[in-house]
Design a protein around this ligand. Structure first.
Ligand code: 1PR
Length: 579
């Protein structure tokens, strides 16, 4: 309408900006994309949802010639809202790209998070839901003053030196990750920015966007400058391992075509998705977009789609999956992961498609992360072979490397599908029967902490990796795979278990603990959840960052709210979700 300011979004094509566009439309606002320099003159409000890396963002602003226009826009006093890198470019420099110059509007430097500090080891990137509190107590025109949780995903931040007792005046809110305190939103004159992603932060994020969109440009241009005492809160020790993050609950939708050719959400036992009846039809548990929406509304912290038959064809041929992601991104305002078929492929007409292109198509459709399964196994086998020959381990050519280089490591998840291989653990001992290379991946039944012990008596086992949805095993174990993909640049591990999948017997705690301790990137425990207590247990026993379930949510046996209540009652932090 005419009373609304003319809103522009600055995009340079580096990732998922569709979610921001969707959230603005959902709030009832229109916008245009900045296409050339003259658009800056027409803009009455501007949002810069920077994605990717600091150096990439600043380089693309200067090569496109837009930089001086952006600077002029900001100094004209019209409202600016920078998200993530769009906030970081306001600073002087970033350790991420030491030679690149930021806009220098905020006299401060962006640093890398420490992977360990006085509170212990923590995963970098800082990925998940964290709270933000006001940095100063008397900013009367605040945009953000709640204690709600917001979705963060970044490795670099405006951290305060540990000796600092006063945050800089432009710090709007502060947050804490492990022992580090950082500036999670900024405000200076007409300039506002958040390190977190409001478009991915559920209702809390949409509310914040709405407040900024509604505010008259004049009120955004001149916030109160009467700052008084800063508030520096003490860390919330109820938070996951003292890091500040909540325990994430992920709802997973395994998607494939049924025999009639419709894309359905299915769910198997030990990866068998066919009915046990005579007709052996594909189990149909619902429509992907509808279910995703239901889980968002029920408070899922993340939604994951796995295209489980993608190994059969090229993922880009799979237009229906792109459509599913696009449609889901219109109603789901928490992070979306899409997996299945992320690899170099060749179209039927012979056109080669790189994994980077496939991933890019999903990001542009509204996905925040892609999940790589089979291709990661092959990549790590090759890495191990090069290492054995004394060659440099990294080639820069694998899907994990190219996608994390182009979109950031936080956008690359590796899905591991391990299967237990049992060996006799009676004396002399299992050492004889497990190949040398897999010994770091052995669990002895006598030391296991899982609850289903029958098949484990007198046994030891290791976890062998599979490809193509468990159809083929490879000579590589889950620890080798996890450490290999971390070296290649993956940002997260989605850890399944073929033995536990669909069983409701609880997560494989031995497996989860083994992998959690083997890497420093976040791990999502998956497969086997049968009750809320299983989530309480996996977070307590393993220190994992997230827990995922499929079957119990699809069949409405356990609600996401129930899982969160159980965690909260056990003193484990979860995101409040008030839809
Ligand atoms: O190899 O890169 O094309 O990726 C294929 C992806 O599809 C992989 O992530 C692989 O895990 C998945 N996948 C392949 N086949 C199946 C199958 O079920 N036949 N599904 C499959 C894997 C596992 C979990 C499941 C949990 C929780 N699904 O994600 O959702 O086990 O289930 P539960 O809570 O009911 O126990 P590529």
């Amino acid at each position: 309408s005419s009373s609304k300011s003319r809103l522009y979004i600055l995009d340079y094509g580096a990732g998922n900006v569709r979610s921001l566009a969707n959230s603005i439309r959902k709030l009832g606002y229109d916008f245009e994309w900045i296409k050339d320099a003259s658009d800056f003159d027409k803009a009455e409000k501007l949002i810069f949802p920077g994605v990717g890396a600091f150096g990439q963002a600043t380089a693309s602003l200067s090569t496109s010639g837009l930089l001086p226009h952006l600077q002029r826009y900001i100094s004209s006093g019209r409202p600016y809202f920078g998200i993530c890198i769009g906030m970081q470019v306001l600073f002087e420099t970033s350790a991420e790209s030491p030679s690149a110059q930021g806009l220098g509007i905020l006299p401060y430097k962006i640093q890398k998070f420490k992977s360990s500090d006085e509170r212990g080891r923590k995963s970098v990137p800082h990925m998940g839901w964290n709270s933000a509190w006001k940095a100063w107590s008397d900013d009367s025109s605040e945009l953000l003053a709640s204690s709600e949780d917001f979705y963060f995903v970044h490795s670099y931040a405006a951290t305060l030196p540990s000796t600092e007792t006063r945050p800089p005046p432009f710090a709007h809110t502060l947050s804490r990750y492990g022992g580090e305190t950082f500036i999670s939103s900024v405000r200076k004159g007409n300039v506002f920015g958040t390190q977190f992603h409001p478009e991915k932060s559920g209702p809390a994020g949409l509310d914040l966007l709405k407040r900024w969109l509604q505010a008259p440009a004049s009120s955004l241009a001149s916030p109160s400058e009467t700052y008084s005492q800063p508030q520096l809160q003490s860390p919330d020790t109820s938070r996951s391992s003292g890091t500040g993050l909540t325990n994430r609950i992920v709802a997973c939708l395994d998607v494939r075509s049924n025999d009639a050719g419709d894309l359905v959400v299915t769910k198997g036992d030990q990866y068998d998705v066919r009915e046990k009846t005579d007709d052996r039809g594909v189990r149909n548990l619902g429509k992907p977009v509808e279910l995703a929406r239901r889980y968002y509304e029920d408070g899922a912290d993340e939604i994951c789609f796995l295209n489980i038959t993608s190994f059969r064809s090229s993922a880009l041929q799979d237009q229906p999956m792109l459509e599913v992601v696009k449609a889901a991104a219109e109603t789901v305002f928490v992070p979306l992961t899409i997996g299945g078929g992320i690899k170099d492929t060749v179209d039927p007409d012979g056109t080669p498609r790189s994994a980077l292109e496939v991933a890019g198509a999903y990001f542009r459709s509204g996905a925040d992360k892609v999940s790589i399964g089979s291709d990661a196994v092959i990549a790590v086998e090759e890495l191990l072979a090069r290492r054995a020959k004394g060659e440099p381990p990294l080639t820069g050519k694998t899907a994990i490397e190219t996608i994390s280089e182009g979109y950031g490591s936080q956008a690359v998840v590796v899905s591991i599908d391990p299967k237990r291989v049992y060996v006799d653990a009676t004396p002399p001992n299992w050492i004889e029967s497990v190949p040398d290379s897999h010994r770091a991946c052995v669990v002895e039944g006598s030391k296991s902490t899982t609850r289903t012990r029958d098949e484990e008596q007198g046994k030891a086992w290791w976890y062998q990796c599979t490809v193509s949805g468990g159809r083929a095993v490879r000579d590589i174990d889950a620890v080798q795979l996890a450490q290999g993909v971390e070296q290649l640049g993956a940002g997260e591990i989605l850890l399944n278990s073929i033995d536990r999948d669909g069983s409701g017997k609880g997560f494989d705690l031995d497996l989860v603990r083994l992998i959690r301790q083997a890497v420093s990137i976040p791990v999502v425990a998956s497969s086997g959840a049968g009750s809320s207590e299983d989530f309480v247990e996996v977070f307590k026993a393993t220190g994992v960052e997230a827990g995922l379930a499929a079957g119990i949510f699809h069949r409405k046996e356990v609600g996401i709210d129930e899982v969160k209540d159980a965690l909260r009652n056990n003193g484990q932090a979860v995101r409040q979700c008030g839809i």
